[in-house]
Ligand binder design. Sequence first.
Ligand SMILES: [Zn+2]
Length: 110
Amino acid sequence: MGAGPELSIQEWKSGFCPDVPQTIINDDGGMPSFRIVHRHSSKECAAAYAAWKGFDGMLRGHPTASSCRWGDHQIWWDLDADNGAEALRRLPRYVSDRAVAVRIGEVVIP
Ligand SMILES: [Zn+2]
């Protein structure tokens, strides 16, 4: 028995990229920002939206980007949280089980 489900936020970490611009905008030392990337299949689409019913969360009732209408079935949220696990807890379990939280910040493209 493990200590619990492993969060998928580690899966996409592939190491430091030396070419990332070092100029970061608005890094004021405040709460980190994350982009939640959620993906489901076309068969899971109705369930992914229905999962929010009865879930008390700050993300409900606000517009966010989604590609479902065009058949790709991804939804993205940008939010601030202490860490990736905390960011994923803002989603219903059905949705967070199919999501990763990617820490993001603004950079200047050279
Ligand atoms: Zn969908």
